[in-house]
Design a binder for this molecule. Structure first.
Ligand SMILES: [Zn+2]
Length: 402
């Protein structure tokens, strides 16, 4: 299979005008100028599949609830609505979320999963994923319960042939005690599983990174870091802790803007995530990239705080690096998995372009994604509607007017 386009943007190398990506047995075999005679679709851009480094697919249909509430009342509203959901409602939303991710050009998600439904949803959809099973201190028999959930999930993850991996997510410092952080991260490391945790998201937290220095490391993705101080950034860099930036969620909940330019300058690995539609409205990584650029520039009053090319890197290779997946995905490079997105910018005001990354970031949208491939297999074609949508509608309807 050869995917050709007016531009090929490999992300880890310069963009190629009239380029082509050759795929064989699910791997990329070449990234080069299109050979003579090959049809190169005008306006098409071939990109690495986007990496959504923080999602909750199981909350796919919760967008717009609790609008305008401050952080703590917002979480209370979120929990109150979810109390009416049955297990099948989480699966219905996770399926809707997996479809929405593929439909917006995402090929990898790192998901914090409340009840494990994400695992079935990503397996069905063919997404690459890390499924972090969430843990909260108030759950009884915390460690025993998590061990059982990991054991139950292991066969499905193993059957994915490496596409889906399990992880552990101690939820956040306001729901997990320090002792439980130590135990949960220890359990994850004992099984060689990655960790993800929400950290320094809002004023609800008073502890800083130094309070977690005994548990954080290169295998623990820290999500948000909105309230990171210069000392926090220094420590994150020293401990090689990757950070996941979720700018729309942080903005909509009134939490603030994470210091991304400072994190990048310190050498911290940074990925980009949407979080869930409950806070961020959608799984649309194009919107997320634009928001990241605008918020970084607004917060710093500097036009060079974050460029389109930089944010495209965060949404692809940066996410892969943050999640420990860069050997496999995140850029168009021979030998890597053929996780590829094709964007159709025909009729876009951003073409023709001299900086194709800017055209992609400012002109991209789910409607313009023509095809999404994971390991060389087509997992989404433009216009496809998820057959599971009615079940998602039903789950949403249950959460209204409580
Ligand atoms: Zn989250």
């Amino acid at each position: 299979v050869i995917l050709a386009g007016e531009w090929v943007v490999p992300v880890d190398g310069p963009p190629i005008r009239h380029g082509a990506v050759e795929i064989e047995d699910g791997r990329i075999v070449s990234v080069a100028p299109a050979p003579g005679g090959l049809d190169v679709p005008a306006g098409h851009v071939v990109l690495p599949g986007l990496i959504n480094a923080h999602t909750h697919l199981e909350y796919a249909r919760m967008g717009g609830f609790g609008d305008g509430l401050p952080f703590t009342p917002w979480i209370e509203d979120h929990i109150r609505r979810r109390a009416v959901l049955a297990g099948g409602d989480y699966l219905a939303q996770a399926r809707a979320g997996a479809h929405a991710a593929l439909a917006s050009g995402t090929t990898t998600v790192a998901d914090c999963s409340w009840d494990g439904s994400t695992l079935a949803a990503v397996r069905e959809a063919g997404l690459r994923a890390i499924v972090h099973l969430e843990a909260f201190s108030q759950r009884p028999k915390l460690l025993e319960d998590l061990e059982r959930r990991l054991d139950d999930a292991a066969p499905a993850a193993e059957a994915s042939g490496g596409l889906v991996r399990l992880g552990v997510s101690p939820h956040a410092p306001y729901t997990v005690t320090h002792d439980d952080y130590v135990a949960l991260v220890g359990l994850a490391r004992g099984r060689s599983l990655p960790v993800a945790t929400h950290l320094l998201e809002s004023d609800r937290e008073s502890l800083h990174v130094d309070a977690f220095a005994d548990v954080l490391g290169p295998d623990t993705a820290a999500i948000h870091l909105v309230k990171a101080s210069p000392q926090d950034i220094e420590l994150l860099a020293a401990l090689d802790v990757p950070v996941v930036h979720c700018p729309r969620s942080n903005a909509l909940l009134g939490c603030g803007v994470a210091p991304v330019p400072e994190l990048l300058a310190a050498g911290v690995r940074v990925g980009l995530g949407t979080d869930s539609p409950a806070s961020a409205l959608s799984f649309d990584m194009w919107d997320e990239m634009r928001s990241a650029v605008m918020l970084a520039r607004a917060a710093s009053a500097r036009a060079d705080a974050l460029t389109a090319a930089q944010v495209l890197r965060l949404a692809t290779l940066g996410g892969a690096e943050a999640l420990g997946l860069a050997a496999e995905t995140g850029s168009l490079r021979p030998g890597k998995a053929a996780d590829v997105t094709v964007l159709d910018l025909t009729g876009s005001p951003f073409l023709p372009a001299d900086v194709p990354e800017a055209a992609v970031v400012y002109g991209g949208s789910p409607e313009r994604v023509t095809v999404t491939l994971v390991e060389g297999r087509i997992r989404y074609r433009r216009g496809e509607v998820a057959p599971t949508q009615p079940a998602g509608d039903h789950a949403r309807a249950k959460m209204l007017a409580l």
